[in-house]
Design a binder for this molecule. Structure first.
Ligand SMILES: [Fe+2]
Length: 469
């Protein structure tokens, strides 16, 4: 039986495992605790429908042609630019953003508006404006709708200058949707005392495609729902399967049409030719976004880009190498089982070679954290095919538990595979708090508890700077 040596194990996990062993011995059982922890903590299983259209979280801001669905994301590779996006419904209005610091003069930047049709739906005017030459670690106030009919003001804080020991806290959310559970997840993230500064969002935003003809009104409601966070801190976007919106039966054959019109990302800054794969540097982290639903075979643009990208990462500048994707490679739930396998076969050797620290994915509507394992020795002629302990491998975390209308998945493969360290079918979110080049503290919070309750937490040691600790 393969023995996986555990590293950086949470004391709570060790206590739980020891307790389980004790119980097994007491009842005369003959097996060992051969996997990690499967939490049976499931307080609520029923699916939750989307919040009604007249919910207060979807309220249209007052005023003629008022900007709505405001969201920001990092606008360059280094964190000195911010893309501000919003929608006006009645008329194009102005694409100008005015921005200022508490002590500085007002500046303005001009953006552009776009729109699209989807079957019988016609979008509002979607504005994207990049604010450049910003100072690091600075609070900026900004106003959208400038020169138009109704203006609205927001603020954000730019990330600190990139450096190896710069602390930074990320929020981790995926598969959010727009149910009451989604609302709980977002509220818990907002109230999390860890204080997330940027959200790494691992795909599946609105779930509008679950409605007849992919009713894109639900893209608009989602944009208004999350504005209370997305207008104030950057969300780093990943495309999931619910962003594909491919519906040839109604003549919609352009994949990702609503997403790519509504959510701009700085892919050109990392020499990517597609908004579906790109990278950003944030504080001491290098974040690589991959697309589970774009071509990733050999010779494809995404593969060529990833190979070059990984070789360019300077871990003395950004020690923490984080990869985001939608479909997980290591998933011991029944749902979406092995959907990420073909991408794993293609990309896992690269991620191990370059000692990626952490891989976050969504898609499976539950939570799971892996041990550090790899499965790259497999050759079809030799047949060996099992994940093995690998200090150079990332930890894989599935965080597809945002709370959408498809509900939780609860069926798991049994027994728990040895590579699976912790799994639980509850909604929630996580935070990753990087302390310096060697240590990062990670927490997963389930929704049903108070804001301070942590269900799974672990210290991560950097794969370059503390590999053998
Ligand atoms: Fe998904």
């Amino acid at each position: 039986m393969m023995k996986i040596r555990r590293r950086a194990v949470d004391p709570a996990v060790m206590i739980s495992c020891c307790y389980f062993l004790l119980v097994v011995i007491i009842i005369g059982g003959a097996d060992f605790c051969n996997g990690g922890v499967t939490s049976r903590f499931v307080r609520r299983l029923q699916e939750s429908p989307d919040m009604p259209l007249d919910s207060d979280v979807f309220r249209v801001p007052p005023g003629y042609n008022a900007p709505q669905q405001v969201h920001i994301t990092q606008g360059d590779h280094e964190g000195k630019a911010m893309i501000v996006s919003w929608v006006t419904m009645e008329e194009p209005g102005s694409s100008t953003v005015t921005f200022w610091t508490q002590t500085g003069k007002k500046k303005s930047a001009n953006g552009r508006a776009t729109s699209y049709h989807y079957y019988t739906y016609r979008s509002g005017y979607i504005h994207h404006c990049t604010l450049r030459r910003l100072e690091h670690s600075t609070k900026y106030y900004y106003e959208v709708g400038t020169g138009g009919n109704t203006t609205r003001q927001f603020w954000f804080k730019t990330p600190p200058e990139v450096g190896p020991d710069v602390p930074f806290t990320f929020g981790l959310i995926a598969d959010l949707g727009q149910t009451h559970d989604s609302n709980d997840t977002l509220t818990h993230y907002e109230n999390n005392p860890m204080g997330g500064q940027t959200v790494l969002f691992a795909g599946d935003l609105s779930y509008a495609d679950r409605y007849p003809n992919h009713d894109n009104v639900r893209w608009d409601t989602w944009g208004r729902f999350v504005e209370r966070s997305t207008a104030y801190q950057p969300w780093i976007w990943v495309t999931g399967n619910h962003e594909i919106d491919y519906a040839p039966e109604i003549g919609e054959t352009e994949p990702f049409k609503p997403f790519t019109h509504r959510y701009h990302v700085p892919h050109k800054a990392s020499n990517s030719t597609s908004p579906h794969w790109y990278s950003v540097k944030i504080a001491s982290a290098y974040v690589i976004v991959l697309s589970s639903y774009s071509a990733y075979g050999k010779y494809t643009p995404q593969t060529q880009w990833l190979q070059k990208e990984l070789s360019n990462v300077d871990r003395s500048e950004t020690p923490w190498l984080i990869v985001l994707m939608h479909s997980p490679w290591y998933n011991s739930y029944d749902h979406h089982y092995m959907e990420g396998e073909t991408m794993r076969v293609m990309y896992e050797p690269l991620l191990v070679q370059y000692r990626v620290d952490l891989v976050f994915a969504g898609h499976v509507h539950a939570y799971e954290r892996s041990e550090r394992v790899s499965n790259i020795a497999y050759r079809i002629v030799s047949g060996g095919c099992r994940p093995v302990e690998d200090d150079n491998a990332p930890v894989y975390i599935t965080i597809g538990d945002g709370g959408n209308s498809e509900g939780l998945v609860t069926d798991m493969t049994e027994p728990q595979p040895e590579y699976s360290a912790y799994r639980e079918a509850s909604f929630g979110h996580a935070t990753l708090s990087i302390k310096n080049r060697t240590h990062a503290f990670y927490n997963w919070h389930r929704n049903q508890d108070g804001y301070n309750v942590v269900a799974d937490s672990v210290w991560f040691h950097n794969r370059i700077w503390l590999l053998n600790d």
